[in-house]
Design a protein around this ligand. Structure first.
Ligand SMILES: Cc1cc2nc3c(=O)[nH]c(=O)nc-3n(C[C@H](O)[C@H](O)[C@H](O)COP(=O)(O)OP(=O)(O)OC[C@H]3O[C@@H](n4cnc5c(N)ncnc54)[C@H](O)[C@@H]3O)c2cc1C
Length: 477
């Protein structure tokens, strides 16, 4: 963009939202331009921080007129580089963080209407203040925003019972690529009036439009909740234990998280203040949560009796039921610190995959074997939301090997893991999305028919290709 043209463009942005919300200084821009794991640093013409839907719409119109690409951004906690601009500096980042109002809570309809920049944690707190539950729960909830959660169709630990973000959203407000505001803020559980545009924008990673607000579902707050940490001898046992507890607890089972021993080793190495739950090591662990409208006593009886049945049938090795808040917090902190512990240990090769639950044990057996054959001594950090068939299957270097050397094997390791995932009819991205990190992999595993339909939707909604171009697909010419 020529200097005069660029000055006119920036002057218009300043006129639209005020100079204090147009960030041009390199130092002030820095935190918007690097991803959470510090893997990519982009550049931008400016960081724009609108304060209302109307201001977002005005900015998109200006960008469209001047053919400036837009990268929408929320909390910048995404894990596939979707919210980071390219290094050529030709795009603007539109940060939604100032759109942070709770617009309405309708307790009788069990819905909450929130702006896209609201932190997930603040939405949970607002729901709680009205004796309701907003069940999306992620380790990044203190930093990520509802807009980002919707744009990535976030999952987390409550999906087993409540579904992912798509299932928790009833309506959306979106600024489309022309800068028009679509008000689809419907608070309806049934609405079959043609194509579901809401579902198109959810999971679109900022490539179709900018989500500015949403109507989300609320649930009754449970009266009692219990967590148990369970030691397991094998993946097959873990899956059979999941089936048993699902059968016995039904909708009361609100979490079933898996961790292998190496994940726990990393957490205890880097967070030594967390209490060890078991004194001896086991191959796998499940962290389970039961929630109920009944008293804690009834829930405890049912949980203990299920654990007893599991124990007598040889499915579990050991179990600890948490009876205090601090014990419960300690167990969840262990689970939620696995990502941070890996980051402290060094870099490793990460995969966010999902599989039919019936295939997970075979997948792990075969993939572990294939990787060990090719890279003897490599260490698996296997954890995730087993109840949803979602594994974070990460590969760390053999002990003593430098992480940067091991990372050179990334392409071949990704191929081994993703080929096996595909073989077992799984997905190469369960909850983090595609961004720029997995777009080559997408080409490898999606059919031409599916990719063509996806590109058709992109072209129809964003014909000038200004909405987050280069994310999900290569730039469409
Ligand atoms: C420690 C940690 C744990 C995590 N755990 C989980 C987990 O359990 N489950 C899970 O699903 N994810 C998890 N994540 C990933 C991440 O937190 C989620 O993807 C989250 O939903 C991203 O929200 P955000 O506001 O940070 O979005 P950003 O990172 O800012 O953006 C993510 C994508 O959404 C687009 N976007 C953002 N806001 C908008 C908007 N308003 N309109 C249109 N597009 C937009 C961006 O362009 C980008 O493509 C974790 C991340 C961390 C760091």
């Amino acid at each position: 963009m020529g200097a005069i043209y660029m000055k006119t463009f920036l002057d218009l942005c300043i006129k639209a939202i005020g100079a204090e919300h147009v960030i041009l200084d390199e130092l002030d821009q820095a935190s918007y331009l690097v991803d959470w794991r510090n893997r990519k640093r982009g550049q931008a013409l400016a960081i724009l921080r609108p304060g209302s839907t109307l201001e977002v719409a005005t900015l998109v119109k200006i960008c469209s007129t001047y053919s400036v690409n837009i990268v929408p951004q929320g909390g910048n906690t995404g894990l596939v580089l979707g919210g980071i601009p390219e290094v050529n500096g030709s795009a603007v980042v539109i940060s939604l963080k100032r759109l942070n109002k709770i617009r309405d809570i309708d307790v009788r309809n069990n819905t909450i209407t929130v702006e896209a920049g609201c932190l997930l944690e603040n939405v949970q707190i607002s729901a709680g203040n009205s004796q309701r539950l907003f069940p999306l729960s992620l380790a990044s909830q203190g930093s990520c925003t509802i807009g980002g959660n919707l744009a990535t169709n976030a999952g987390g630990t409550g999906v087993l019972r409540y579904g992912n973000m798509r299932e928790l959203c009833l309506g959306l407000e979106v600024v489309n690529a022309k800068g028009e505001v679509w008000n689809g803020l419907r608070a309806l559980r049934k609405d079959n009036t043609g194509y579901d545009l809401r579902d198109l924008f959810i999971g679109s990673e900022g490539t179709l439009g900018i989500i500015t607000a949403a109507v989300l579902k609320l649930y009754s707050k449970p009266n009692s909740q219990l967590t148990a940490f369970v030691a397991l001898n094998s993946m097959i046992d873990a899956i059979n234990f999941l089936l048993l507890i699902q059968k016995r607890s039904g909708a009361e089972l609100t979490g079933f998280e898996l961790m292998n021993q190496f994940s726990l080793d990393l957490v205890h190495k880097h967070f030594p203040t967390f209490q060890q739950v078991f004194s001896v090591a086991h191959p796998y662990y499940a962290l389970i949560e039961l929630s109920s409208g009944e008293t804690e006593l009834n829930l405890k009886d049912r949980l203990e009796s299920s654990l007893e049945v599991a124990n007598t049938s040889g499915l579990i090795e050991d179990a600890v039921v948490c009876f205090s808040e601090s014990q419960t917090a300690n167990c969840w902190q262990i689970r939620e610190s696995i990502s941070a512990a890996q980051a402290k240990e060094g870099r490793n090769i990460k995969h966010d995959i999902s599989l039919p639950i019936s295939k997970i044990a075979d997948f792990i057996f075969e993939t572990n074997h294939a990787l060990q054959e090719r890279f003897p001594g490599c260490q698996m950090v296997t954890f995730g939301h087993l109840g949803d068939g979602n594994l974070h299957y990460n590969i760390s270097p053999p002990e003593g090997e430098v992480d940067s050397d091991f990372l050179q094997n990334q392409v071949i390791i990704n191929q081994i893991v993703h080929d096996k995932t595909h073989f077992f009819h799984g997905s190469i991205s369960a909850e983090h999305g595609i961004g720029t990190l997995k777009k080559q992999e997408l080409l490898r595993y999606k059919s031409t028919i599916e990719l063509d339909m996806m590109r058709g939707i992109k072209t129809a909604l964003d014909p000038e290709n200004i909405m987050n171009p280069g994310k999900i697909f290569e730039t469409i010419q």
